[in-house]
Every structure is written in C-alpha cells, then in structure tokens.
Design a protein around this ligand. Sequence first.
Ligand code: FPP
Length: 254
Amino acid sequence: MSGPIMGEDAPIKTPRHVAIIMDGNGRWAAARGMPRGFGHRKGVEAVRDAVKSARAFGVEYLTLYAFSSENWRRPQEEVSDLMGLLKLFIRKDLAELHSADVRIRIIGAREGLKNDILGLLEEAEETTRNNGGLVLVIAFNYGARDEIVRGMQKIARRVAKGEIAPEAITEAILSENIDTCDIPDPELIIRTSGESRLSNFLLWQAAYSEFVFIDDLWPDFDRNLFQAALEEYSRRERRFGGVESVDIAVGSNS
Ligand code: FPP
C-alpha cells in the first residue's frame, strides 16, 4: 500500500476514512439525452475507479452511499435498475475485490429486504470477512436517522432488562450500537454534483468530518478529482473544538 501521495506542493495527509455521496447520475444521463439508468451504469464504473484510487492512495475505509432509505420513493423502474446494478456489481466484482484483499461491509437496515439482495450482501461480507486491505463500506437501504433509532432501540432493550442504567448511556455506547460500530468516523466526506447537504448520511459519524463539495457529476468522478479532494482536505486544519490543529489520525471515533 502506498504512503502519502505527493500533491503539487506538499505531501497529502491521507484520511483513514473517506465517505462519498455519489450524486448526479441522473443529470449526467439527461445531459446526453439518455435515460437515468444509463447514468447509474456509468456510476458503477466510477465506483470501480474510486475503489482502485482509494487503495492506491492508502485510504483504509471507503464508504459509498449506494441507496438511501428514501430512494425507495423513486419510480419503480429506477429502483429495480439500481437493485439490478448492485446485484450485478457484487456478482461480477466480488471475486476481484476479494483477491485484492478488500473487505466489504454493509451498513443500513436489513429488515424487509428481498432474499436475493440480502443473500448477496451477506455473501459479500462473509467471503471477504478476513481480508486486511481496504474496507469498502456500502451504505445500502441506509438512512442515518433510522440507524440512530435502531441503535437507540437496542440500547433501550438493554435498559429495560436492567443491564444498563439510563445515566450510563454515553456517546461511546451509542457509537457501539449503530451500524458503523467498529468503523472509525470519516475524516472526509465528499459529495459530487454541486449539492451541499448531507441527505441523511452518517449524521452521527460526521460530527468532526471535513466536507468537500465538488461540482462534477458522479459518473465523471475519477482519480484526479479524488486526489484534488484529498489535497483540499490536506489544506484544512482540524481542531476538534480546541485551539490547536490536531493530527488527523487522532480524530477517528474520538
Ligand atoms: C445519485 O444520482 C446516485 C444514486 C442514488 C445511486 C448511486 C448508485 C450507483 C452509483 C450504482 C450502484 C452502486 C454500487 C456501490 C455498485 P441521482 O440519481 O440522484 O442523480 P441526479 O441527482 O442527477 O438525479
């Protein structure tokens, strides 16, 4: 795995965890007079590229917002298109990701998912469980408020059984009971397509994240744009509410 990459002037401080809101597939397709599904298919190619870049840059965790709990409201045809692409991605790319030592993790609600998709997601996690390279976190049927509510329900069940006192609930306990329990918080969140909002993504984990919003649409996201986002991140000072700049490695889950 590579060390720090060199920007034009200074070495880049590589964040351990980069999370990406992949936005703009529909607009990319519309600009070419094509149906939205065409943009999503190009989006999958950008996903493959982003995984390769993350590995080359030495990023340890890459989280991709693939399908939100709100995306079910899209037209039925588009929902099936997106499901089909995710299934195809796992079927076609799992062996290659596995041989590249990538570990796949899925975050998001699993209840109510169809058996075929659930089976593939579990197979991807199971097959790559012992890999030690890049951790590719796919946010699927994911909504941050839903994640926090599910976490609170788990904790409330323990409170009801008398295993934990309400006053003993801490930030660490909530962190341990949500989908990202053993994943460090992202130091950097990137969103493509010129929109500047979080859209219910990693609300708890993003407390101290740096945000880089870029105008390019997701299908155009390539290694150069990824590198430019890392360079922008390197220029930011992270103080965690204190006065002095803190080394990036300290920030994760603290
Ligand atoms: C946003 O573009 C993108 C999505 C809702 C889905 C992202 C999914 C993929 C790139 C493909 C499957 C993912 C994996 C991990 C294989 P949009 O449709 O909201 O675009 P718009 O805002 O221009 O309409």
